[in-house]
Ligand binder design. Structure first.
Ligand SMILES: Nc1ncnc2c1ncn2[C@@H]1O[C@H](COP(=O)(O)OP(=O)(O)OP(=O)(O)O)[C@@H](O)[C@H]1O
Ligand SMILES: [Mg+2]
Length: 308
């Protein structure tokens, strides 16, 4: 059982009542031996006390959870963390334009001798009482998702035509992630949305971002860490005022850039590759470059950024 994450939650100051609730849930629902390997033990923790509180309360209350928000706000990190907190086996279901009932629930297939039912990830998650991460749920066609309605609501069943009705185990939870604004995403229809408690994922706070950077890059110099944090919020501010698009506001890109500096690139090259060059408009790109180099000089090397 992964207790590192429970320790992390206490350190973050999460309500002890919620943590006790989680412990009681774990005690009541033990994962079978052969499913233990599906329980994640995350290396990255999600930072954001308020979000933790809401997510834990919703899952303890038996709700399914929809994490909605812009890119790189930690939706997948949180989904995996939640699964580890509750010590449940995880099924990751990637949604795409062609996701349909056969992919989600299962389909008949010929095994060389006879036709058998090959279960899909939603089915396996439901019969094993797992946590299903419905990733990028708004990439799929709404009509295809109608098969999930009875699984997600009070009926807790999966109806596979030609087979018995499958009862969804009570400890099963589904966590959807969705990003609005990416190319190819759609609005989730009302019927599906109403089957989730919806968590609006905020941008990480500066205090949490500092903690995250320190944990990810323990030898980073304090002053430089502060510069990166300020750079991130400056980009956020400019994106909010529509001075630049939100392409450059990408925590994933910032973390990757710091990783490249650690591998020996200069700060200028690393930030260009991981942030600036993700914008394809030349004028905007030069604007972003100027914002970045005003905060973090182009020529910083590994030795400037990290204490040896
Ligand atoms: N609040 C946060 N706590 C911890 N890590 C965070 C947080 N916000 C962003 N991150 C970091 O941002 C990166 C992206 O996280 P993740 O993949 O979970 O984002 P996402 O919201 O699923 O993004 P996308 O919408 O692009 O799929 C990870 O490195 C993650 O650690
Ligand atoms: Mg994601």
């Amino acid at each position: 059982m992964d207790d590192a994450i429970l320790t992390f939650l206490s350190e973050e100051g999460i309500d002890s009542q919620l943590i006790e609730g989680v412990k009681a849930f774990r005690k009541k629902h033990n994962a079978d031996e052969e499913l233990q390997t599906r329980i994640p033990s995350p290396e990255l923790f999600y930072y954001g006390k308020d979000v933790w509180k809401k997510a834990l309360a919703a899952l303890l209350a038996g709700e399914n959870l929809l994490l909605a928000g812009p890119k790189a706000t930690g939706k997948n990190v949180l989904a995996e963390n939640l699964c580890a907190v509750f010590a449940r086996p995880l099924w990751n279901v990637s949604f795409h334009i062609n996701a349909d009932a056969a992919y989600l629930i299962g389909t008949d297939t010929f095994n060389g001798e006879k036709v058998v039912f090959r279960p899909g990830p939603v089915y396996l998650c439901a019969v094993n009482g797992g946590f299903g991460v419905l990733d990028e749920i708004n990439m799929a066609k709404n009509e295809a998702l109608a098969v999930l309605h009875s699984t997600l609501d009070f009926r807790h069943v999966i109806d596979v035509p030609g087979y018995d009705k499958i009862v969804v185990r009570p400890e099963t939870r589904f966590i959807g992630t969705m990003n609005y604004g990416y190319a190819g995403t759609r609005e989730l229809n009302e019927a599906l949305t109403s089957r989730f408690a919806v968590l609006d994922m905020p941008l990480i706070s500066d205090e949490d971002l500092t903690k995250l950077l320190k944990r990810r890059f323990p030898s980073m110099r304090d002053q430089i860490c502060g510069q990166f944090v300020r750079l991130f919020y400056e980009l956020a501010n400019k994106a909010q005022n529509s001075e630049i698009s939100d392409r450059a506001l990408d925590l994933r890109g910032l973390l990757d850039a710091i990783g490249l500096i650690d591998k020996g690139l200069t700060s200028g090259d690393a930030l260009d590759m991981c942030i600036t060059n993700k914008t394809f408009d030349a004028y905007e790109r030069s604007l972003i470059h100027d914002v970045i180099s005003a905060r973090v000089p182009d020529s910083l090397t590994k030795g400037d950024v990290f204490a040896q």
